[in-house]
Design a binder for this molecule. Structure first.
Ligand SMILES: NC(=O)c1ccc[n+]([C@@H]2O[C@H](COP(=O)([O-])OP(=O)(O)OC[C@H]3O[C@@H](n4cnc5c(N)ncnc54)[C@H](OP(=O)(O)O)[C@@H]3O)[C@@H](O)[C@H]2O)c1
Length: 236
């Protein structure tokens, strides 16, 4: 098993390179060893320095970071910030990937930094059932994509992003959104950080949705840092 630290940025970028020929959806999630996707309602208590570095690297490699609105609200998401150590990973592309937030309620503070301080404008993916006045407020602060009906269609959302050139797609969840992508059979890769702790309780797993036909996975690689394990699975 290879160690994540002290692998250089170039080594890690190579290990996590996207395929070049087609749109590709990668998820990056963290779970405790007994499968909890949150501790105290957040991910903070599960991660560590190497996990945060990997999250940042995966952002640097992506064209867009796709996230559910509950995660944005729970984690107080700000816009993606560039890091000096990214070097030339963003060469020929905007300095950071935009966030693409899925939401039906559009229950956001549109004056929050995630909208006002984004170096690459934030995108909101919503549906026709979203409140019209919230859509108008949102349009002043973000590019708005409307798909689906009662809810946005998860697959159509990914297609709409790919049509705009965002083909190297990274989703950071949350578990409900990730379950939708998997149910739509659109997930290509899962990067799963296993956090060395047991928590029990009723926290969601990294997928939180109705039971479905299992999706087989193939192991791409395993990295390790201290007691953390970083699994990279691709669609089987
Ligand atoms: N372990 C990890 O790696 C990880 C990663 C991310 C988050 N988390 C944790 O997970 C929790 C939040 O995740 P969650 O699973 O509850 O929620 P989530 O997936 O982050 O967001 C769900 C929300 O996204 C919007 N949404 C999802 N699908 C949609 C669709 N098809 N059309 C329109 N809107 C859609 C809706 O927003 P509206 O309500 O605005 O309509 C929905 O309520 C937090 O506690 C966070 O800390 C853990």
């Amino acid at each position: 098993m290879r160690r994540l630290e002290p692998a250089g940025t170039a080594d890690l970028a190579e290990a996590y390179a996207y395929p070049v020929t087609e749109p590709w959806l990668r998820a990056n999630m963290v779970a405790s060893a007994d499968g909890a996707a949150t501790r105290g309602g957040l991910t903070e208590g599960l991660g560590g320095p190497a996990d945060r570095r990997l999250l940042s690297l995966l952002r640097a490699l992506s064209d867009v970071v796709i996230v559910g609105a509950s995660t944005v609200r729970a984690e107080g998401y700000g816009p993606v910030r560039p890091r000096e150590w990214w070097g030339d990973l963003r060469k020929g592309r905007p300095p950071v990937p935009p966030l693409a937030i899925l939401s039906r309620s559009l229950d956001f503070d549109f004056d929050a930094p995630v909208f006002t301080e984004a170096l690459t404008p934030t995108i909101v993916v919503t549906c026709p059932s979203a409140p019209a006045e919230r859509v108008r407020a949102c349009e002043k602060r973000a590019e708005v994509i409307v798909t689906g009906g009662e809810w946005a269609d998860a697959g159509a959302a990914l297609d709409a992003l790919a049509e705009r050139g965002f083909v190297r797609q990274l989703t950071e969840g949350g578990p409900r959104l990730l379950a939708e992508f998997v149910a739509a059979r659109r997930l290509d890769e899962l990067c799963l950080t296993m956090s060395p702790q047991l928590t029990a309780g009723d926290a969601a797993r990294v997928l939180n949705g109705p039971a479905m036909e299992p999706m087989p996975l193939r192991l791409g690689h395993v990295l390790q840092d201290d007691d953390f394990v970083f699994l990279r699975y691709v669609r089987g």
